[in-house]
Design a protein. Structure first.
Length: 244
């Protein structure tokens, strides 16, 4: 092969690698890396005369191809996974920062429940056994004997207790028929211990949800009440109704 063709092949390999670094879509990135590694192998076989150096370079490029080809298969598998309308909805609204793989892992241990009005989800001072994501409905947050806040759809219940291992800071009770996604604490702990990406993803989602909670008026009342150590909120009774 002429030196000109070798130079062209080498430049093509570098162009493909540069393109891989410039794209945002992870699937295209991996495709370009595979192509770049394949072209690099051709270039090495034609230019590098030292068999040891050539063999080492080819071996590493083959490894890169295998790794990225496997990840491409994972991405393709996840893209073919069938989600229900509700699952697609919570991914768009809540879990959009997670990869499809991480989201699928969470779904694998989740349960959808329709919870009647008046059901206690967490008890103040007791260990939280489940993590709840409210899909539709309404809950009230109770400290002592007083309602101090409410949580509606798109909000988590029990997430801080899950992260810290501490008992619930308040009781939470459904104020209407409520549809939730539920994870048992035990199953979720097993999952995050085996998958660091799940824990990192949940921490990101919880942080964003906490900011949203603090941004609401009722959540500010709740936070101020807990921080000040108050055990009552003026003019709020247990039978008060809230609009979300």
């Amino acid at each position: 092969m002429s030196s000109l063709i070798s130079v062209i092949i080498g430049n093509i390999a570098n162009i493909l690698n540069a393109a891989a670094y410039s794209v945002r879509n992870i699937m295209w990135l991996r495709i370009l890396v595979v192509l770049g590694s394949a072209v690099s192998i051709v270039y090495t076989t034609q230019v590098v005369n030292d068999p040891w150096a050539a063999g080492s370079d080819i071996a590493w490029n083959v490894i890169f191809i295998i790794i990225n080809a496997y990840q491409l298969w994972v991405l393709y598998r996840d893209s073919r996974f069938s989600y229900s309308a509700e699952e697609r909805d919570i991914f768009t609204r809540i879990f959009h920062s997670l990869s499809p793989t991480t989201f699928r892992k969470l779904l694998s241990i989740a349960e959808w429940r329709d919870i009647p009005e008046g059901t206690i989800l967490t008890n103040e001072g007791e260990t939280v056994q489940n993590l709840f994501l409210i899909y539709k409905g309404l809950t009230v947050v109770i400290v002592g004997e007083h309602i101090v806040a409410h949580c509606g759809e798109n909000n988590f219940i029990g997430e801080m207790s899950f992260l810290t291992g501490k008992s619930a800071a308040a009781s939470v009770k459904t104020a209407a028929q409520t549809r939730c996604v539920v994870w048992t604490k035990e199953d979720l702990q097993i999952l995050v211990e085996k998958n660091e990406d799940v824990l990192a993803g949940l921490q990101m989602v919880f942080s964003r949800n906490l900011v949203d909670k603090i941004g609401s008026n009722n959540s500010n009342v709740f936070a101020d009440t807990l921080l000040a150590g108050k055990n009552h909120v003026a003019n709020i009774r247990m039978d008060d109704k809230f609009e979300y």
